[in-house]
Design a binder for this molecule. Structure first.
Ligand SMILES: Nc1ncnc2c1ncn2[C@@H]1O[C@H](COP(=O)(O)OP(=O)(O)OP(=O)(O)O)[C@@H](O)[C@H]1O
Ligand SMILES: [Mg+2]
Ligand SMILES: [Zn+2]
Length: 408
């Protein structure tokens, strides 16, 4: 991609509406734009990040045999009346009437709908078990939308649902998801914490939350600096008795054993081996995909800007061409890197070097390459590693083998 042809228009000034670091950096770097309070559009750079996170999620969901589907956003209120959650979620539901005077809501979550879908198609234990998932926009009229994508009224969630004939099956699927979540957050470059939580409004028996420590987090955990462990309750550490320190956390994922809460109230039943009708044993597994984007921007940054983890950012490399004569050779290098599966943004604009560096920092590519005077003299390219801060000068072939090693 050439910068001169791209829709990347970074802001010079810090946006006045910015509420925290990630919010500021995502607006300033032209990833997002705010449409109204709690409602954002993804600009091309932001969409590239979102797609990368989605690919990582899909990879691990598919690896454990989960199948992707896409449920409707428009949901008739009737499916909510069976579980009574039309009342529980009344405040957060966006509701309206269609032309036939039917009450419709924009899906705030999909437990009821998935249960209805499975009820229609699955009748026998022989069809079990399975896990279904989707990546979709959810709508919630949040009382306090905040921090950009961290808490918004329209947000992308990955929600998965498991269906089993018995508790052992649920335990196995829960374990699979528990493992997949760790792989997903690791591949997205997040330092995360897992805690067992009570399942609250969801009902059921066991749940785990996945959290990222950050000052703007809206959840709280208690940390033992000695054992490096996090706990749900305040007090002293059960292991070493040291007093625990309060830590703010961002919740990025939550998994639940639901049991029969939904299948019972929605009469979603199957015939077991003995020919008896039984409710499905369910689990549900959510990831705040768009919240992850903000959380990564919040924790993976320095004073210059975001430093996207490998494979997450819009580009892996910003190649700054500081002399127009070098553009053809820059494109050659980009093509060679493309072949290695590494995305490059060539800054070919006729702008001062300072402007190019500044934009590279705002876009957040983990590597910056510079082709200028040194290249004209002896064909060396300067490489700045944003994560380690290391700088080195390499020839084209050295550069290609460096990235081959980094990204194999
Ligand atoms: N308003 C929101 N904006 C962005 N992401 C959200 C929002 N609400 C929930 N999420 C994300 O979706 C995931 C699954 O949704 P779930 O219904 O379990 O969240 P929740 O319990 O309502 O979260 P929270 O306590 O943060 O409101 C959450 O773990 C979180 O990462
Ligand atoms: Mg909530
Ligand atoms: Zn301790």
């Amino acid at each position: 991609m050439l910068f001169s042809k791209s829709f990347i228009f970074t802001l010079r000034e810090d946006p006045k509406i910015a509420e925290c670091k990630s919010h500021k950096l995502l607006l300033k770097g032209c990833f997002l734009t705010m449409i109204s309070s709690g409602v954002y559009s993804y600009l091309p750079l932001g969409l590239r990040v979102l797609s990368n996170i989605n690919s990582i999620i899909r990879k691990h969901m598919n690896l454990c045999g989960a199948q992707e589907l896409l449920m409707s956003v428009l949901q008739p209120i009737e499916i909510w009346q069976k579980t009574g959650r039309d009342k529980d979620l009344k405040e957060v539901m966006f509701k309206f009437k269609d032309r036939r005077d039917k009450q419709i809501c924009l899906g705030p979550t999909h437990e009821e709908e998935i249960t209805e879908i499975v009820r229609r198609s699955v009748f026998s234990y022989k069809q079990l078990p399975f896990i279904l998932y989707q990546i979709q926009t959810k709508f919630r009229d949040e009382p306090r939308p905040r921090f950009g994508l961290m808490r918004s009224c329209e947000f992308v969630m990955k929600d998965a649902y498991s269906f089993d004939k018995d508790e052992e099956g649920l335990d196995a699927n829960y374990e699979k998801m528990f493992e997949a979540y760790q792989s997903i957050f690791r591949d997205c470059g997040l330092d995360f914490v897992m805690v067992q939580a009570d399942s609250g409004a969801m009902g059921g028996s066991l749940s785990h939350e996945f959290m990222v420590p950050a000052l703007i987090g809206e959840d709280i955990l208690f940390h033992c600096s000695e054992c490096k462990k996090y706990f749900k309750e305040r007090g002293s550490c059960p292991n070493c008795k040291k007093s625990l320190a309060e830590k703010k956390m961002i919740e990025i994922g939550h998994i639940f054993k639901l049991g029969t809460k939904y299948s019972l109230s929605q009469e979603a039943l199957f015939l077991d081996e003995q020919g008896k009708r039984k409710p499905f044993i369910m689990g549900c597994y959510g990831i705040g995909v768009s919240r992850m984007l903000s959380a990564i921007a919040e924790v993976c940054s320095d004073e210059k800007g975001i430093i996207w983890p490998k494979g997450v950012g819009p580009f892996e490399i910003n190649l700054l061409v500081l002399d127009a004569k070098l553009l053809d050779e820059a494109i050659n290098i980009k093509d060679a890197l493309d072949k290695q599966g590494i995305s490059v943004l060539i800054d070919d604009r006729n702008s001062p070097a300072g402007v190019k560096f500044n934009d590279a920092y705002l876009i957040g590519s983990p590597y910056i390459l510079i082709m200028g005077k040194k290249y004209l003299k002896d064909k060396t390219i300067d490489l700045e590693n944003r994560r380690t801060k290391a700088k080195e000068s390499l020839k084209k072939e050295e550069l290609l083998s460096f990235f081959k090693k980094e990204y194999d």
